[in-house]
Design a protein around this ligand. Structure first.
Ligand code: BJW
Ligand code: ZN
Length: 264
C-alpha cells in the first residue's frame, strides 16, 4: 500500500515536471503513434491485439503483399476503415488539439492514418471559438486511410466504401486504387517528413506519445530534437528505446495522462 502511494506520488511529480517543461517551451513538437488511438478502440500494430487474422502488419502493409493479394490487403483496410468510422477522438487527442490551438510554436506529427487528430482539432476549435483549426491539424507522415490513390497515375480520391467487383480501379486510367498510406519500403512524402524533421530540429521539447518508436524515419524524430539540444517527454504504457533518454517518462494511458500534462 505504501509502495503504491509512493509510486502515485512520483507519477504526480513527473506530471508536474512535464507540465512545467511544456509551459516554458517556445517550440514543441509532438510525435504520436497508435497508442494514442488505442483508447478510442483502434488496435495498435505491435503487441497484444496488434494482429489481424493471425497476420502481422509487416505482412500486410507492404507493396509486395498488395501486388500478390490485393483482395486480402483491401479486406484488411476495409475492416479498419469500418472500425475507425465507428470510433471517436479520446481525451488524449483533445488535449493535444487544445495545446496546438492555444499555444504558438506547436507542431503535431502523427504516424497514425486514422484522422482522429484532425477530427479532434475541429471539435476543439469549435469549442474554443477559434475559427481556423489548421494549427491543430497534424503532419500525417504515414498518410491517411480514408483516401485512395491510384497506383499508376497517383490520382487521389475519397475512399470508396463499397466494392462491387473486386478491388477498385482508377476512374482516369483504370489502374489499381490503393489506400493513400505509406507501406514498408516506400518513401514518405518528402515535403511532409521534411517539415516534420525541421520542426523536430528547432523544438525545445519533443513530446512522444504512444509509439514503440521502431519504424523509421519517424522514429528518428525525437533523436533529432535531442541532438539539437532539446528535451524529450515520453508518454507510453511501457518502456521503449527512447525511455532512457527522456527528461520525463510517464508510464500510463495517454487518454488519462495527456489532459493532466496539458492543463491549460
Ligand atoms: C499506449 C497505449 C495507451 C498502447 N497509452 N501508450 C532505419 C533503420 C531500420 C530500418 C529502416 C530504417 N529506415 C527505414 C527502414 C525500413 C522501415 C523500418 O523502419 N523498419 C523497421 C520496422 C525496422 N521503414 C520504412 O520502410 C519506411 N520507408 C522508408 O524509410 O523509405 C525509405 C527506405 C526504403 C527502404 C529501405 C530504407 C529506406 C516506411 C514505413 C511505413 C510504416 N507504415 C506503417 C503502416 C501505415 C499504413 C497503415 O496504417 O496501414 O505505419 S507500419 C505501422 O508502424 C504504421 C505505424 O504508423 C507505424 C508505427 O507504429 P506505432 O504507432 O509505433 O505503433 P506500435 O503498435 O508499434 O506501438 C504502439 C505503442 O503504443 C506501444 O509502445 C504501446 O506500449 C503504446 N500504447 N496503448 C499510451 N493507451
Ligand atoms: Zn490512375
Amino acid at each position: 500500500m505504501e509502495r503504491l502511494a509512493l509510486l502515485s506520488h512520483r507519477l504526480e511529480e513527473d506530471v508536474e515536471r512535464a507540465n512545467s517543461i511544456l509551459e516554458q517551451a517556445n517550440q514543441i513538437v509532438v510525435l504520436t503513434g497508435a497508442g494514442v488511438s488505442a483508447e478510442s478502440g483502434i488496435p495498435t500494430f505491435r503487441g497484444r491485439g496488434g494482429l489481424w487474422r493471425s497476420r502481422r502488419p509487416e505482412e500486410l502493409a507492404t507493396p509486395e503483399a498488395f501486388e500478390e493479394s490485393p483482395e486480402l490487403v483491401w479486406e484488411w483496410y476495409q475492416w479498419r476503415r469500418r472500425l475507425i468510422a465507428e470510433c471517436s477522438p479520446n481525451a488524449g487527442h483533445q488535449a493535444l488539439a487544445r495545446l496546438a490551438l492555444k499555444k504558438d510554436g506547436v507542431t503535431l506529427i502523427t504516424q497514425n492514418v486514422d484522422g482522429l487528430h484532425s477530427r479532434a482539432a475541429q471539435t476543439e476549435a469549435k469549442a474554443l471559438n477559434i475559427p481556423d483549426a489548421q494549427a491543430a491539424f497534424p503532419l500525417e507522415v504515414h498518410g491517411a486511410i480514408n483516401r485512395d490513390r491510384c497506383s499508376l497515375c497517383d490520382r487521389l480520391t475519397d475512399a470508396v466504401s463499397h466494392f462491387q467487383l473486386g478491388p477498385p480501379q482508377c476512374n482516369d486510367c483504370g489502374g489499381p486504387l490503393r489506400p493513400d498510406v505509406v507501406w514498408f519500403g516506400e518513401s514518405l512524402d518528402p515535403i511532409i517528413i521534411g517539415a516534420a524533421q525541421e520542426a523536430a530540429l528547432r523544438a525545445d521539447v519533443c513530446l512522444v506519445v504512444g509509439t514503440s518508436a521502431l519504424v523509421h524515419p519517424a522514429a528518428g524524430l525525437p533523436s533529432m530534437t535531442l541532438r539539437a539540444g532539446g528535451l524529450l517527454i515520453e508518454v507510453n504504457l511501457e518502456a521503449t528505446t527512447l525511455t532512457n533518454q527522456a527528461a520525463v517518462s510517464l508510464q500510463g494511458r495517454s487518454a488519462s495522462l495527456l489532459p493532466r500534462v496539458i492543463k491549460a
